[in-house]
Design a protein around this ligand. Structure first.
Ligand code: MSP
Length: 537
């Protein structure tokens, strides 16, 4: 059986309700998952929850709840949220599930047997908030530690450590030889800089159960639980193991014959957790005898009105409230169109409303509505004979969408568009540029309506065949757009197909010009994005 395209998100801590940042990451991953399926690949998309560790234990204690009961209640909310976002995930991992815990313990036992761990007593400064020891090097000039560590206390503790020393050189070489491994390049440079200028300190992989009991017990030393990051990262292979992935199972010494997922094709993560994914995770995998993931796709952080999103200051964007008011697709469109994967973004309600009005209501919505309404009015909804005036305009975005979703065809770019791609851009994924190019077609088709003025042609019987041509081009453009927007705006895509009275098409190949048959009778047009400045009917 061939390997599936395997895509993951970070798994979120269950210490509160999902906010814009969590929603953004999951939507980015979902658009990629849907796009790969549209390109004809078999995909496995995994997301889920990180339920152990100090953050979750403290949150449960603050609510005077048993940690597992606390996680169970919140997990139901987060799973509902995944449904609200219409995520097409194939599984949902919770790190408190037995299928995950068993794999974490099997890996710990194996690495222990093979001599990767040792016990040591260290005295140091400990940040409970970040659940980590902080080194002297991190002190600020005034002697304090950076604010994100919260309270830092002196602590002497015996723990289990993972030897990292032997891994530094090959990791640097791997990142240097594989420019597409960490996207964007700025994050790759950051990791390379870190690895070249620091000697990696061994990773503490345990926490004394006496201090923190909300974790997976270390199988060879019951006085300890597993450090939350060692536990969390393993989700990317514990779920493949649960599905019988032969590559993962072989490394764990289990015989299996399920679907092959590993190595992951893309881990979608935020900028704050790159070190865990680009340094510790590859080393853990190498020690286990497993291949490394192909790509870490690192997104930036959202702010709201120029300030950090924060529960305590109330500076929040509630995705569910936005979706209830404006619709899911408007939310999905805005976050992907507004922010390239990499830099930080800034949510403003005015910016959201402006894109909704210009690009969705007056752009795509108006195009589809007036095109189909004219076909109804002037031709009783019957599609005229094929005509190719907008064919090239429709083909360009289709090719570009393929490119930016990761199917590279450099020849097309240099010959047709005069764009020479840099080697480091090979395989670079840009959902934003895909949308920008789809919207070039929206704009072009709206201009075409203004230029050809079908409402005038309709008044002149001598122009009847010209009107047929124009109506074909517009209706077919609506169909092509419905295919292209599918991964981004799945509800809108389905609505356009329904209004065209055609079965839903999700494969990108269906965007080929000319798919609309002459003589076909369309359905009823209806507003896709109701204008917000007018009262709703
Ligand atoms: N549990 C760890 C991840 C373990 S992955 C093996 C964690 N959880 S988290 O809930 O704090 O963050 C989950 C994801 O949400 C991370 O990728 C993080 O970068 C992302 N975001 C959290 N706040 C964000 C914004 N304000 N904006 C964009 N993404 C943000 O870290």
């Amino acid at each position: 059986m061939s390997k599936r395209f395997y895509l993951t998100t970070a798994i979120d801590y269950v210490n509160g309700q999902p906010h814009l940042g969590h929603a953004y990451e999951k939507i980015v991953a979902d658009v990629i998952a849907r796009s790969r399926r549209a390109l004809g690949e078999e995909v496995f998309f995994l997301t889920g929850l990180d339920e152990h560790g100090q953050k979750v234990q403290q949150a449960a204690q603050a609510e005077q709840q048993d940690a597992q009961a606390y996680c169970d209640a919140l997990a139901a909310d987060w799973q509902r949220f995944a449904t609200t976002l219409k995520l097409t995930n194939d599984d949902f991992v919770r790190t408190t599930e037995p299928r995950h815990k068993e794999v974490v313990q099997a890996i710990l036992a194996k690495l222990h047997r093979e001599g990767h761990f040792y016990q040591d007593t260290r005295e140091g400064f400990y940040s409970a908030r970040e659940e980590t020891f902080v080194t002297e090097k991190e002190r600020l000039p005034d002697g304090s530690f950076p604010a994100h560590y919260g309270e830092v206390v002196k602590l002497s503790e015996t723990n289990w450590y993972f030897k990292l020393g032997a891994h530094q050189a090959w990791l640097i070489e791997h990142i240097e030889k594989n420019p597409a491994f960490i996207q964007p390049e700025s994050r790759r440079n950051e990791i390379l800089g870190f690895l070249k200028n620091h000697t990696l300190e061994d990773l503490c992989i345990s926490r004394p159960a006496a201090r923190l009991n909300w974790g997976i017990p270390i199988p060879f030393d019951p006085a300890y639980v597993t450090y939350v990051w060692f536990d969390a990262l393993v989700n990317y292979i514990s779920i493949p193991a649960a599905h019988g992935d032969p590559v993962v199972c072989r490394a764990l010494g289990i015989s299996a014959s399920g679907i092959q997922l590993w190595p992951a094709d893309i881990h979608v993560i935020g900028k704050d957790i790159v070190k865990f994914h680009a340094v510790y995770w590859p080393i853990m995998l190498k020690a286990m005898g497993l291949p490394l993931p192909h790509k870490l796709l690192v997104h930036g952080w959202w702010q709201k009105d120029g300030a950090k999103i924060s529960k305590s200051t109330g500076n929040l964007v509630d995705p569910v409230a936005i979706i209830n008011e404006w619709g899911l697709d408007a939310f999905r469109y805005y976050v992907v169109r507004e922010l390239e994967i990499g830099p930080d973004g800034n949510w403003t309600d005015a910016g959201f409303a402006a894109r909704y009005s210009a690009e969705l209501a007056n752009g795509l919505g108006n195009l589809v509505n007036r095109s189909l309404a004219m076909l109804k009015r002037y031709r009783h909804g019957v599609v005229p004979a094929r005509h190719d005036e907008l064919k090239t305009n429709a083909e360009d975005p289709t090719a570009i969408v393929r490119q930016f979703l990761g199917n590279l065809d450099p020849a097309y770019f240099s010959e047709r568009l005069g764009v020479v791609l840099k080697t480091t851009e090979s395989n670079s994924i840009s959902l934003q540029l895909a949308l920008v190019n789809i919207w070039h077609l929206v704009t072009r088709a709206n201009q075409y309506v203004d230029q050809t003025a079908p409402f005038k042609l309709a008044k002149d019987p001598a122009q009847s065949s010209r009107l047929d041509e124009v109506l074909y081009n517009l209706t077919e453009t609506c169909r092509v757009l419905a295919v292209l927007i599918g991964p981004f705006l799945p509800e809108t895509s389905a609505k356009i197909f329904a209004q065209l009275n055609l079965p839903l098409e999700t494969k990108l190949s269906a965007a080929a010009w000319g798919g609309l048959p002459a003589g076909h009778v369309i359905g009823e047009p209806a507003a896709l994005f109701p204008r917000k400045d007018q009262p709703k009917k």
